[in-house]
Write a protein that binds this ligand. Structure first.
Ligand SMILES: [Zn+2]
Length: 136
C-alpha cells in the first residue's frame, strides 16, 4: 500500500499538489462552468473561480472537498488513495490506524471520510488512481 512518505516524496509542496489536482479537475484546462470560456481567475478569499467573460463566480463541486482545509493536501491525497483501495480490500486500515499514520485526530479523519461522500464517487476513484499512478 501507498505510504504517506511516498506521497510527500512525489508532492513535496502544496503547489505541486494543487497542480496535480487542477490537472485532474480540468484535463483540458480550466473553463467557466457557465459560459465555457477560459478567462478564469482564482479568488482565494472566496475560494472560487471568477470568469472574466461572463463575470460570474463558480466553484466545481470537487474543490469543496478541500474547502478551507488546514490539513496538508498530501494527507488528503494519501487518504483518497487509501480510501479507494480499502473499499474492496479485507485488509483495510482502521480509522484509528489511519489517524495515527496521519498524525490527526480520529474525528478529523472521520470528517475527511464524510467529505468524500459529498463529491462524485467516480471522480474520487479516478483521482485515487491518478495519485497512485503518479507515485509509482
Ligand atoms: Zn463565464
Amino acid at each position: 500500500m501507498l505510504t504517506l512518505q511516498q506521497v510527500y516524496d512525489r508532492f513535496p509542496t502544496d503547489r505541486s499538489c494543487q497542480h496535480c489536482l487542477n490537472q485532474s479537475l480540468w484535463p483540458k484546462g480550466i473553463f467557466c462552468a457557465h459560459c465555457n470560456q477560459t478567462l478564469i481567475h482564482w479568488y482565494p478569499s472566496k475560494n472560487c473561480f471568477y470568469c472574466n467573460h461572463c463575470r460570474r463566480y463558480f466553484r466545481p463541486r470537487q474543490t469543496t472537498l478541500f474547502h478551507r482545509t488546514r490539513i496538508p493536501l498530501q494527507k488528503w491525497f494519501w487518504l483518497i488513495a487509501v480510501y479507494h483501495h480499502s473499499k474492496n480490500s479485507k485488509r483495510a486500515l482502521s480509522t484509528r490506524k489511519i489517524a495515527e499514520l496521519l498524525e490527526l485526530n480520529k474525528n478529523t479523519v472521520l470528517r475527511m471520510f464524510r467529505c468524500f461522500r459529498r463529491v462524485e464517487a467516480e471522480w474520487v476513484q479516478s483521482f485515487a488512481d491518478e495519485i497512485c499512478r503518479n507515485v509509482k
